[in-house]
Design a protein around this ligand. Structure first.
Ligand SMILES: Cc1ncc(COP(=O)(O)O)c(C=O)c1O
Length: 376
């Protein structure tokens, strides 16, 4: 039986086990230790960040980020609608209300003009959001500059959810480094992984120190256990930080491999009727974490679900593009500014197998299977 071709699986390099073994040999089997410190420093060097706190997940990082900028019950938080649910769940953890913003067609990320208009309208009504969560989707940076300008105009902190965009660039900078706080994920399907893990970064040393404090049960500096605030158990294990150090060493290779996957798909499929690829915006470089296409069923002769189903029968895993959050039952009562573009991308969009450990033979197998679905 042939092995399944999966969407995005972990791809371990040569050094991870060495770092993990070192953690075992030195008995640093704890959510603190030399690998955690080194991983934070090496992560900062890799992406040009100033300060970082290694955490147990990207979701934990977002939760702390929102708390650090002061989000409270009764606040509104603006958030991209085309994203994974983890971008918005922490808004609810804090009792606040998400307001979703549609994407543009250029990058599939938050439309800067829509954000600007929505903020102007809120300002007229006299109630501004407490923060903006900007997601960088599928390995591509959003158009950060105009978004930052819109936020700065009203002094609203920008939180960058760069969980899917490690290794990407925006005008030669790394997404995640330009807002008040940036967050990353090292979940098993991400471009590099620690099995589970996350990072919170900021230019503000005090914010990152406070993130570490909150992530270790908000323990006050006393010899006994003293607490004057509610905290969380959100630090990354020293063992997993060891995996992260090894993975950072191969980040560039992983980006190159995923971009190569994209170019193979693009060469073979972009001329098929009704197939379009997620565009790469001119301001930066995408990692192509996932290669995403849209299918126009009238031109292609088959719709997204039929293609997904047919590929599944050949053990090829694909996924619809994220179902926008404003269409999720759990957020049915939340406001969305537009949303039609995100909805269209969900209805027609498909993510193809994109792992950096796929072979060219795997990719050509996916290409052939897609070509067979085309009935025009
Ligand atoms: C856009 C986005 N935000 C947040 C997260 C949450 O990260 P984690 O799974 O590490 O909690 C993910 C991925 O899982 C994601 O894709």
């Amino acid at each position: 039986m042939t092995r399944p071709i999966l969407l995005s699986t972990p791809h371990i390099g040569d050094r991870e086990l060495e770092f993990v073994r070192e953690a075992f040999d030195t008995n640093w089997i704890a959510p603190v230790g030399p690998h955690v410190d080194a991983f934070e420093q090496e992560f900062c060097q890799t992406i040009g960040a100033k300060y970082a706190a290694a955490l147990s997940s990207g979701t934990a990082a977002l939760h702390l980020a929102l708390k650090l900028v002061g989000v409270e019950p009764a606040d509104e938080v603006f958030c991209s609608t085309l994203t994974f649910v983890a971008s918005a769940n922490p808004i609810i953890y804090l009792g606040a209300t998400p307001v979703f913003i549609d994407c543009d067609r250029v990058s599939w990320n938050m439309d800067p003009n829509l954000l600007q208009e929505a903020l102007d309208q809120r300002a007229k009504r006299g109630k501004l959001p407490k923060a903006v969560v900007l997601v960088h989707l599928y390995g591509q940076s959003a158009d950060i500059e105009p978004i930052l300008t819109a936020c700065n105009r009203y002094n609203i902190p920008l939180i960058e959810d760069a969980a899917e965009a490690l290794g990407a660039t925006y005008q030669s900078k790394s997404p995640g480094t330009m807002g008040r706080i940036g967050i990353f994920s090292f979940n098993g399907n991400k471009i590099i992984t620690t099995s589970s893990g996350g990072m919170l970064i900021s230019e503000d040393e005090n914010l990152v120190a406070k993130a570490r404090f909150l992530a270790t049960q908000a323990r006050d500096p006393f010899p006994h256990y003293e607490h004057s605030e509610i905290g969380y158990n959100y630090r990354l294990s020293n063992v997993l930080a060891g995996i992260g150090r090894g993975q950072l060493l191969v980040l560039k290779d992983r980006v190159a491999a995923r971009r190569h996957n994209f170019s193979l798909y693009y060469q073979a499929l972009s001329n098929l009727p009704g197939i379009k690829f997620m565009p790469e915006a001119s301001y930066g470089r995408s990692t192509r974490w996932l290669t995403c296409i849209t299918i126009d069923p009238k031109k292609f002769g088959s719709d997204r679900e039929k293609i997904r189903d047919q590929l599944q029968q050949q053990q090829i895993e694909t996924r619809p593009v994220w179902k926008p959050l404003h269409l999720q039952p759990v957020f049915k009562d939340c406001e969305c500014i537009n949303g039609a573009i995100a909805q269209e991308l969900f209805e027609t969009g498909l993510c193809l197998p994109s792992g950096s450990n796929l072979t060219e033979t795997d990719i050509y197998q996916v290409i052939d299977a897609i070509k067979l679905c085309c009935t025009y």
